[in-house]
Each structure stands twice: as structure tokens, then as C-alpha cells.
Design a protein around this ligand. Structure first.
Ligand code: SAM
Ligand code: SF4
Length: 333
């Protein structure tokens, strides 16, 4: 039976975080200084993730996306992809990665059955990259993008977080990048999920402002008529039909009304929203004592309860908004 919440939204999409660790330190996500990472014993094993996904599938989940932290820092990620690929009912396995370790793993991921890949990249010059990531890495990411394309993991989506004061100078270069590489470049409005609590509305570069800068430089953008209703991004191409650009306007135009996503953290907590303040501990249920059918029934009931309690939407644009304690890297973006 499908996971329909009290606002009529059906959930078929599960984002699975496999680690809270990362090899860079994007300021909008992680702290700069020492981080208290989850102890290894608290992470779901690949077998546990697959067990949970098998249960989610019986509730209508048919798409999963692996994320983190940086998913490619977890050992043998292709093994998890392979295990998920073998689960009847999973139609699509995506990966969101910063791309730094991708060049070496792209082929194995593809062979394991990965369906699609999103690569996060906020700047196209090394100094700009460092402004976001507080580490070097542009060259490695570009090699990763090229490897993904070469092994057939296209169409590739590039995610760039849109931050006022930093992103403006990247917009035209990203427009050219989209035209030259065929990758879809998606600008994501900066959301209040940073570890250092520095987010302010004034720091968000809004989708409409970016669109205008692109139009002024490249000419009109045509909306993609094939767009899926539940997709968070609004997609465009340049007037000649080339170059794909997307906008995820999570702050200025929330898409909560069409949300079909649930999130499983690396330590086995189910979150019904990126911004939720409560979570459901599936790991404790999974590791509990008792006959397997009873454990499974308890997990299924807990998932249903969580979905039934999902709120109508995030409240970023209200004075009521409370930033979740978990920053993005420990939720799974
Ligand atoms: N490490 C991988 C990566 O960067 O692609 C996967 C995890 S990351 C948390 C997933 C996505 O969330 C990335 O595209 C990242 O840019 C985005 N993200 C992280 N913090 C964000 C924030 N505060 N606002 C908007 N997007 C954010
Ligand atoms: Fe790491 Fe991704 Fe967070 Fe950047 S956004 S710090 S790459 S987890």
C-alpha cells in the first residue's frame, strides 16, 4: 500500500545517506573545524540498508538516491548499488556526489547498475571552488564529470548552490559549460542547513535573478515542456534548443506541495522532510531482538506513522522556522 500523507502526497522516492563524512568542507553544509562524525558501528551496513529498502519497496518506493556526506568516501559503494539493483521493484538508482573520487569509480558504479548521477560543483575556477569548498579539488571533479560521461552515466546533472556574492560570477561560465558539455546545470538556492548557522535570507541568490542574468547574456530561455510534475527543478534550454539549465528554488518557490521524498540518514533515522525536527529510529527497530516478521511489521508501521505525520511544508519563509540540528552532511542532501 502506497505511502500517502495527510496532504495526499504519494512517496516513491527514498534518499539514502551512506556516510556523514566528506573530503571537502563546503561552508553551506559542513563546519570548517573538527567534526564529530558518526561512529562506524552506528552506520547502517549495506546489508541493513538493503533490508530496509526491501521493506520500503512494499510501500511503493521505487526510486532511491545515494548521498551523504560524500558517498564515494564510503568503501565499496558499487557493492551497495549492486545489492539495490537486485531488489525487485527498484526502478532507478541515483547518486549525488561531489565528484572528487568519481574518476576512479565511475566504471564500477555503472557496471553495478547505477542509473544516473548528479555532481555538485559550485564554481568553474579553482579560486571560486575554494570559496565554497574550503579545499582544492576542481581538477578532480572535472575529471570525474568526464569519466561519468565516458562510461555512459549521462545525462549528467551538475548542482551548484546559489549564494549571493559568490555565485554571480559563475553564472555565465556555467551557461557556457552547459552548452559545451551537454550536462544540465542546476542552480539550487542556498538553504538554512549549514553547520555553522550562518544562513540568512539575504545570502540566497534567487533563481529568478540567475535566470535574468542568463537571459541578458544568452538570450531567451525556453521552459522544458517534458518536465515531470514532481521534479524539484524547473528546466530550461537556451533558445536554440541547446544547453540545459535548471533552477531549484527551494526558498523563493518551495515545491513542498509536490514532494515525494523520504530520507534515511546514515545512522538509520527516517526523516520525512529535509527540514523536519523529528526523526524515526529505524536502526533500533532493525537491530532489535525478536522474530523477523515482527521486526519487519514494526518497521513498516514506523515508516507509515512517519509519513502520516509529515508537515505540509517547510517554513523557511516564516518567523516560525527552526533550523534542524543536523546539518546537511549528516542528513543526506
Ligand atoms: N557530498 C555530495 C555532494 O556534495 O553532492 C552529496 C551530499 S550533499 C549534502 C547533496 C547536495 O546538497 C549537494 O548538491 C549540495 O550542494 C547540496 N547542499 C548542501 N548544503 C546545502 C545548502 N545549505 N543549501 C542548498 N543545497 C545544499
Ligand atoms: Fe561534502 Fe557534499 Fe556537504 Fe560539500 S555539500 S561538504 S561535498 S557533503
Amino acid at each position: 500500500m502506497a505511502l500517502v500523507d495527510s496532504f495526499g502526497r504519494t512517496h516513491n522516492n527514498l534518499r539514502i545517506s551512506v556516510t556523514d563524512r566528506c573530503n571537502i568542507r563546503c561552508f553551506y553544509c559542513m563546519p570548517e573545524g573538527p567534526v564529530q562524525f558518526m561512529p562506524r558501528r552506528e552506520l547502517l551496513t549495506y546489508e541493513e540498508i538493503a533490508d530496509l529498502v526491501r521493506l520500503f519497496v512494499t510501500l511503493g518506493i521505487d526510486r532511491v538516491r545515494l548521498t551523504g556526506g560524500e558517498p564515494l568516501v564510503r568503501q565499496d559503494l558499487p557493492k551497495l548499488v549492486e545489492a539495490l539493483r537486485r531488489i525487485d521493484g527498484i526502478r532507478d538508482i541515483g547518486l549525488t556526489t561531489n565528484g572528487i573520487l568519481l574518476a576512479d569509480q565511475a566504471q564500477a558504479l555503472r557496471d553495478a547498475g547505477l542509473s544516473r548521477i548528479n555532481i555538485s560543483l559550485d564554481a568553474l575556477d579553482e579560486a571560486g571552488f575554494r570559496e565554497f569548498a574550503r579545499r582544492d579539488g576542481l581538477e578532480a571533479v572535472l575529471r570525474g564529470i568526464e569519466a561519468a560521461r565516458r562510461v555512459g552515466l549521462g545525462p549528467i546533472k551538475i548542482n551548484a548552490v546559489a549564494v549571493r556574492g559568490l555565485t554571480e560570477k559563475q553564472i555565465i561560465p556555467f551557461g557556457h559549460f552547459a552548452l559545451e558539455t551537454g550536462a544540465e546545470v542546476r542552480f539550487i538556492e542556498y538553504m538554512p542547513l549549514d553547520a555553522e548557522n550562518q544562513w540568512e535570507r539575504d545570502k540566497v541568490l534567487f533563481a529568478e535573478e540567475i535566470r535574468q542574468i542568463l537571459v541578458d547574456h544568452f538570450g531567451p530561455l525556453a521552459a522544458n515542456s517534458q518536465q515531470q510534475a514532481d521534479a524539484p527543478a524547473t528546466d530550461y534550454t537556451f533558445a536554440n534548443g541547446q544547453g540545459r539549465i535548471g533552477f531549484i528554488a527551494s526558498v523563493s518557490e518551495p515545491f513542498c506541495a509536490n514532494c515525494n521524498r523520504l530520507r534515511l540518514t546514515a545512522d538509520g533515522k527516517l526523516r520525512n522532510c529535509l527540514f523536519s525536527l523529528e526523526e524515526t529510529d529505524l536502526r533500533s527497530l532493525l537491530r532489535g531482538e525478536g522474530p523477523r516478521p515482527e521486526i519487519d511489521a514494526a518497521i513498516l508501521a514506523a515508516i507509515r506513522t512517519s509519513v502520516s505525520q509529515k508537515k505540509e511544508g517547510h517554513e523557511i519563509n516564516t518567523a516560525r522556522f527552526i533550523q534542524p540540528l543536523r546539518p546537511m552532511h549528516s542528513i543526506g542532501g
